[in-house]
Design a protein around this ligand. Structure first.
Ligand code: 5RP
Length: 229
């Protein structure tokens, strides 16, 4: 039976964009999980030749379990294609990412990718970023008070991300503030620049000019593919 879950149709559709011989960035999250599944099917059924570069320990584990060959960043210069999820994406393809905590490695991988394909359900497509989802900011634990103060000065309410009552620790050993912007984010480009300049901040979940294609899954099993002009 054809899938009707928007994440599944989107994730699987994007995996079909991969061609033999490609080096592919593997994003993180529940939508990319379906991409990994479909890639593993294609490797088994079509002898598809790919190397994947994972953006998180979680994706590395899942891809390994599924039999997807992996490479590390020091083995590749550029990636042909990356398939990743998003928490919000707007009409200009600017995004909030980092709901799964993998924003730093996701941004590094996106930065060396020829074509960044974003897989989402339609609920992630928004007019203005930050109204429905908090903006993740990864920071070095030592700098917590000073980073929080600057984030407040930028108009947000930073909330320390917890896991089982303890600060959530990223794959890089850092912590995350999820930042509420009561009016949403009017100037995503300017805000990204301002946040990433703060000493102690490692990365910000605003992804500016990094996405080229968005694959939007709908209830009922259809997809819409939008390409950046
Ligand atoms: C992880 C991310 C994910 O891509 C984002 O949270 C989307 O996840 P999902 O596909 O599970 O909704 O940025 O850091």
């Amino acid at each position: 039976m054809a899938p009707s879950n928007p994440k599944e149709v989107s994730g699987r559709h994007a995996a079909d964009l991969v061609q033999s011989g490609m080096t592919v960035g593997l994003g993180t999250g529940s939508t990319v999980f379906f991409t990994l599944q479909r890639l593993a099917e294609r490797i088994a059924e079509e002898s598809l030749q790919v190397r994947g570069v994972p953006t998180s320990v979680d994706t590395e584990r899942k891809a390994t379990e599924m039999g997807i060959p992996l490479a590390s960043l020091d083995e590749v210069e550029r990636l042909d294609l990356t398939i990743d999820g998003a928490d919000e994406i707007d009409g200009d393809f600017q995004m909030i990412k980092g709901g799964g905590g993998a924003l730093l490695r996701e941004k590094v991988v996106a930065s060396i990718t020829e074509k960044e394909v974003i897989v989402v359900g339609r609920d992630k497509v928004v007019d203005r970023l930050g109204l429905g989802f908090l903006l993740p900011v990864e920071f070095v634990p030592f700098s917590s008070p000073t980073v929080a103060a600057v984030l407040r000065g930028l108009g947000s309410e930073p909330i320390l991300r917890l896991s089982d009552g303890q600060p959530f620790v990223t794959d890089n050993g850092n912590h995350i503030f999820d930042c509420r912007f009561p009016e949403g984010i009017a100037d995503a480009r300017g805000l990204e620049r301002a946040i990433t300049h703060v000493p102690g901040v490692v990365e910000c979940g605003l992804f500016i000019d990094l996405a080229h294609v968005v694959v939007i899954g709908d209830e009922g099993g259809t997809v819409e593919v939008r390409e950046k002009a």
